[in-house]
Write a protein that binds this ligand. Structure first.
Ligand SMILES: Nc1ncnc2c1ncn2[C@@H]1O[C@H](COP(=O)(O)OP(=O)(O)OP(=O)(O)O)[C@@H](O)[C@H]1O
Ligand SMILES: [Mg+2]
Length: 352
């Protein structure tokens, strides 16, 4: 657990970057610091590994004041990922990843093995190991940055807009992979971003920060979306709060119906030989084929809604982990599952 107690940072020029921050970040969770530019997110993050020393207040790591832990010892237990990767350009990918293991005195072979293991973990080819950062795409460099931070298996991971410089498509892939990775690794992650959707996707809990490093609201995404504490939070989250809430709700419990030869609303679903949905086709022929947007086992209610709206039959299509057709959800039956029951909304707000 990381606790900020009344932590302030005033820079020598008088700027109050963080003012009286009190916050409890739970072990094994991703806590997102969300806020606009200049709200003190990076300053708060860098005070945890003492790249910046607070002016007043205390930060504790599992009950120990970080100010009392020798810096090198503290940082051994804290991985740090920054925007643009921050890789050493004249060192190979493998050498970059092994930065901390080398400082810890691991021998060459053990470092090499660890680098290859981490490349695989973050979804990069082993052949990447001997390239230089300049020979990788931005997204690949970010993966290497994450691998480097994980090299010595630190319990804490600080991530400062790690996917900020990557194009939206690759960014989505990186986010989903990081989420999957975290389900295995269970690190204590502090993740800085100014992207609301990224915060909702990744954060177990989100601290929305306003200028001066003050927390405007702190809680699970459901609570922030269902009940923003004030106008600042509501306007920061922006429109489509209802849709964002749906994106947090699993589609697993929504019953499916079989799509028979008669199809739905005059549209049949064509599958390939393996049973994977290919296109919607008018029953009896005629009319253009229309692409299917299937929803997998981890899909949300928002995905289902989108799948239904994109379909000429107004029916969402569900597939299993292999992409094989499970069934369809006609819009009319989906609608009943879209509203959040009162008591559940209240529970989300009161939770944690
Ligand atoms: N070394 C410094 N000296 C003086 N002021 C600083 C220094 N570093 C940051 N600041 C100021 O402190 C405030 C908070 O900066 P910080 O970098 O923590 O914000 P941020 O939330 O990370 O912003 P961004 O989203 O742009 O990265 C800003 O007003 C910034 O100009
Ligand atoms: Mg910053």
């Amino acid at each position: 657990m990381i606790t900020f107690t009344n932590v302030s940072k005033r820079f020598p020029d008088g700027t109050l970057a963080v003012g009286g921050l009190t916050l409890e970040l739970r072990s094994g969770e991703i806590t997102v610091l969300l806020g606009s530019s200049g709200s003190g997110k990076t300053t708060a993050l860098r005070m945890i590994n003492r790249l910046i020393e607070p002016t007043s207040g205390t930060i504790e790591l599992d009950g120990q004041d970080v100010g009392s832990i020798p810096v090198h010892e503290l940082r051994r237990g804290i991985g740090y990922v920054i925007q643009q990767g921050g890789l050493f350009p004249h060192r190979t990918v493998a050498e970059n990843i092994a930065t901390v293991p080398r400082l810890l005195g691991w021998d060459r072979r053990r470092r090499r093995e660890r680098s290859l293991e981490l490349l695989e973990l973050v979804g990069l080819e082993p052949s990447t190991a001997d390239r230089y950062p300049g020979q990788l795409s931005g997204g690949q460099q970010q993966r290497v940055g994450v691998a480097r931070a994980l090299a010595a298996d630190p319990p804490v991971l600080l991530m400062d807009e790690p996917f900020g410089a990557v194009d939206p498509v690759r960014r989505g892939a990186l986010q989903r992979e990081f989420r999957r990775l975290q389900r295995e690794l269970r690190k204590t992650v502090v993740f800085v971003t100014h992207d609301v959707d990224e915060a909702i996707l990744l954060g177990d809990r989100i601290a929305i920060m306003r200028q001066g490093g003050e927390v405007a609201q702190f809680g699970p995404a459901e609570a922030l979306l269902a009940q923003p504490a004030d106008d600042f939070v509501a306007s920061f989250i922006g429109g489509t709060r209802g849709l964002k809430l749906l994106s947090l709700r699993s589609a697993a419990d929504v019953p499916v119906v079989a799509v028979g030869p008669d199809g739905i609303a005059g549209w049949g679903l064509v599958t390939d030989a393996d049973g994977r949905p290919r296109t919607w086709m008018r029953v009896g022929g005629g009319g253009a084929a229309s692409p299917v947007e299937p929803v997998g086992p981890r899909g949300s209610l928002r995905d289902l809604l989108d799948s239904a709206l994109a379909s000429p039959a107004r029916a969402a299509v569900r597939v299993d982990g292999e992409g094989v057709l499970v069934g369809a959800v006609p819009f009319a039956s989906l609608e009943r599952h879209l509203s959040v029951p009162e008591d559940e909304a209240a529970k989300a707000v009161g939770a944690r």
